[in-house]
Design a protein around this ligand. Sequence first.
Ligand SMILES: C[S@@+](CC[C@H](N)C(=O)[O-])C[C@H]1O[C@@H](n2cnc3c(N)ncnc32)[C@H](O)[C@@H]1O
Length: 219
Amino acid sequence: MSDLVASDQLMDRLYRRQRHVYDFTRKYYLLGRDRLIQRLNPPAGGRVLEIGCGTARNLVVAARTHSDVRFFGIDISSEMLETARRLVAREGLTSDIRLARADAATFDPALIFGVPDFSRIFVSYSLSMMPGWQAVLERSLSWLMPGGELHVVDFGSQERLPGWFRLALRHWLALFHVMPRDDLESELTLLGLRSGALTVFERPYRGYAQYAICRRLAG
Ligand SMILES: C[S@@+](CC[C@H](N)C(=O)[O-])C[C@H]1O[C@@H](n2cnc3c(N)ncnc32)[C@H](O)[C@@H]1O
């Protein structure tokens, strides 16, 4: 399937049943999400946005980890958001976490949340499902406050893992419309430089994952 046909219907079809087992199953292979949440370290009174928040599992962990912060999440799938809303309510976090259905490629946080900028934005295992992912990064960078950070974790190139594993993983991921972004480091570094932000990049778990922090220079 082409990179450009991902859509709300596609994501809803994909997650209609999976959302019920999503959090239990994904903890074994969406590696690095908790590390990202730990390293967000948002300032007190700050605002944090997750793009492609899925079941809101990350937002709930982040809200429990970092206090005195307001959290926002968007996702294109109304199926995922139904699970997300239930989880946030069950955890008693409805006043800390706001959710909205939106396409990462087109939404405007000032319109849907009344919030123009954020101290932290993160994208966890979602860029690899988003057509036009470079534009998503560019738009995210434009919403960072001075000193703000964009954190990205996703599937890496698996360059230090056996070739057979890499092939099998890529084949399996394609079934779920997931395409690892092998040029994430070069794209993000360039986009960062254009918007006055510096990028640090890691390839943890022998390249299974990739992790980037892009920090907008203060003032
Ligand atoms: C693999 S899940 C990751 C969910 C969550 N971030 C996590 O780490 O568990 C990818 C999510 O991205 C969402 N997504 C895909 N394309 C999107 C788009 N264009 N705009 C917003 N969300 C999108 C999907 O609906 C899905 O919930």
